[in-house]
Design a protein around this ligand. Structure first.
Ligand code: SF4
Ligand code: SF4
Length: 416
C-alpha cells in the first residue's frame, strides 16, 4: 500500500515527508498466555504449540514484554490501531494484566483511536470483567459453538466435561452489562448440520453479531488426511447458503438486523472496497502475531519456526511486518491454480485462507472451500448486487445531504 510517512524529530526541530511502499501497523494479535488454556477442545490447533516453548510448562507474558509490545505498537501505528488479545485462553492472565494494558496504551499513545478485543472461551469471566470490558469499550469474541448438544460435542474441559452452561451464562451476563459480544462459532462436521438451530439460538440469546469459522485440521493420527471433525466443502457451502437466507429474512427497512461476519466481508468488494477479512484479500501478511515471550509470527495459523519474524526485544514490530519473510508469506496466498485464475469469483474470494489449502493433504494445496464459495456466490450474487446498488444509491443521497447540511451515515449503518 502506498502511504505517506512522516518522520518527526523527537524535539520537533525538523520534519520531512517521504513517500515509500510500506504496510502500516494497524493491528496486532497478541497471545499473552501462549498456548495455555483451561479447556481441551477436541479440534483446537493451538494447544500443541506448547512444543515451541519447551523452556517452561506455564506460559505468561512478563511485565517487561507487555510494556515493550504496547510501547512499540502505540509509537509505530498511525491514527488508529487495534489489539486482539487471544490465546490459548487470554483471561488466564487475570484482569490486572489488561488494566495495565490500558494504562500503557494511554502512556505511549499519541492521540490515536485504540481498539481492544478479547477472544475468549468465556469460562473465566465474571462481573468484574464485564464492568471492565464495558468501561473501556472492548469487543469480546466469545467462543460458543451453539446450544448444548452442539457446543459440548467438542468444547470440553480437561476432565472431558462439556462447558456449555458456563459459557451461556457468561454470554448473558456480558450482554446484560452492555458489553459488545461477537459470537465465534466453529463449524465442524457436527455443527454444520444445524444452521437454523444455530442462527436462532444465537438470536434468542441476543448474540446478533455472529461469526462462523470452518474447521479443517490435519488428522493427528494420520497426517495424510483431514481430521474427522473437519467440515466438508459441500456441507460448508450448504450452510453458507442457508444462513444467508436466514440473515436476509431478518432485514428490516432494507437494513440487516443481525451481522454475519462473512457476508459483511463479502459485501465490501461489491461496492469497490477492500474486504476487511484477510481470507478474502489477494495476499496475506497485513498483521502479525505476538507470542507471550515476544516472538513475532506471520499469522495465527502459522506460528511455527519457518514463519518466525523475530522478537520484539530485538526488532521493531513495523520492520518485521514489512520484512522480506512476511512479504514471502503474504505472496504465497496469491499462488493459485489455473482454475482460480480463470474463475469469475476470483476477486471476491482469492482462494480463501492459505491454511485451508494445506491442512488436508488430499486437497493437494487447492482451496479446500472452493466448492463452498462457488455454491455461495451462485446463491447470493444477485442479492449482493442488489444490496450494493442500494448502498451506492444511499451513498449518493448522503453526499447530496452532506452537501446540503445532512449528517446521516449509511456506511456506518450497513457495514459494522
Ligand atoms: S493464512 Fe489465512 S488467516 Fe493467515 S493471514 Fe492468510 S488468509 Fe489470513
Ligand atoms: S471460487 Fe474456487 S476457483 Fe474460484 S477463486 Fe474461489 S477458490 Fe478459486
Amino acid at each position: 500500500m502506498k502511504v505517506f510517512f512522516m518522520f518527526v524529530h523527537q524535539a520537533g526541530k525538523w520534519m520531512k515527508n517521504i513517500s515509500i511502499n510500506i504496510k502500516p501497523l494497524t493491528s496486532v494479535l497478541v497471545k499473552p498466555t501462549g498456548p495455555d488454556c483451561n479447556l481441551k477442545c477436541t479440534y483446537c490447533f493451538y494447544l500443541e504449540k506448547a512444543g515451541l516453548f519447551p523452556e517452561t510448562l506455564r506460559h505468561r507474558m512478563s511485565d517487561e514484554i507487555q510494556e515493550e509490545l504496547i510501547r512499540q505498537v502505540m509509537q509505530q501505528s498511525g491514527s488508529s490501531v487495534s489489539f486482539a488479545w487471544q490465546g490459548g485462553e487470554p483471561a488466564l492472565m487475570g484482569i490486572d494484566f489488561y488494566k495495565r494494558a490500558i494504562e500503557l496504551e494511554k502512556k505511549y499513545g499519541h492521540g490515536q483511536t485504540v481498539g481492544n478485543g478479547l477472544q475468549t472461551n468465556g469460562t473465566l469471566l465474571n462481573l468484574e470483567w464485564a464492568e471492565f470490558l464495558k468501561q473501556y469499550d472492548w469487543l469480546v469474541g466469545l467462543s460458543l459453538d451453539g446450544p448444548e448438544h452442539i457446543h459440548n460435542h467438542y468444547r470440553k474441559d480437561n476432565a472431558g466435561k462439556g462447558t456449555h452452561q458456563k459459557v451461556e451464562n457468561n454470554a448473558r451476563m456480558l450482554l446484560e452489562n452492555g458489553v459488545a459480544v461477537n459470537v465465534l462459532a466453529t463449524l465442524n462436521d457436527y455443527s454444520v448440520q444445524f444452521p437454523d438451530e444455530l442462527y436462532n439460538y444465537f438470536k434468542s440469546l441476543g448474540l446478533t453479531w455472529m461469526q462462523f469459522i470452518p474447521v479443517v485440521e490435519t488428522d493427528p493420527a494420520d497426517p495424510s488426511r483431514a481430521a474427522s471433525w473437519s467440515v466438508s466443502a459441500k456441507a460448508y457451502g450448504e450452510f453458507l447458503c442457508r444462513i444467508f437466507d436466514l440473515w436476509l429474512a431478518d432485514f428490516k427497512n432494507g437494513q440487516p438486523t443481525t451481522q454475519v461476519r462473512h457476508y459483511d466481508s463479502v459485501f465490501y468488494p461489491y461496492v469497490g472496497l477492500e474486504a476487511p477479512e484477510c481470507t478474502l484479500l489477494k495476499e496475506c501478511g497485513s498483521y502479525v502475531v505476538i507470542e507471550h515471550n515476544g516472538n513475532v509470527y506471520s499469522c495465527d495459523f502459522f506460528v511455527e519456526p519457518k514463519w518466525k519474524l523475530g522478537n520484539i526485544m530485538q526488532s521493531r514490530i513495523s520492520a518485521m511486518l514489512n520484512s522480506k519473510r512476511q512479504q514471502t508469506f503474504g505472496a504465497a496466498k496469491a499462488v493459485l491454480p489455473g482454475e482460480c485464475r480463470r474463475c469469475p469469483w476470483l476477486t471476491k474470494c482469492y482462494g480463501g485462507c492459505t491454511k485451508d489449502r494445506i491442512k488436508d493433504p488430499m486437497d493437494n494445496r487447492k482451496p479446500r472451500f472452493c466448492l463452498s464459495y462457488k455454491m455461495f456466490f451462485a446463491h447470493a450474487d444477485p442479492t449482493m448486487k442488489a444490496l450494493a446498488e442500494g448502498w451506492k444509491a444511499q451513498q449518493r443521497n448522503i453526499q447530496e445531504r452532506e452537501r446540503t447540511g445532512g449528517t446521516y451515515n449509511a456506511f456506518k449503518d450497513f457495514i459494522k
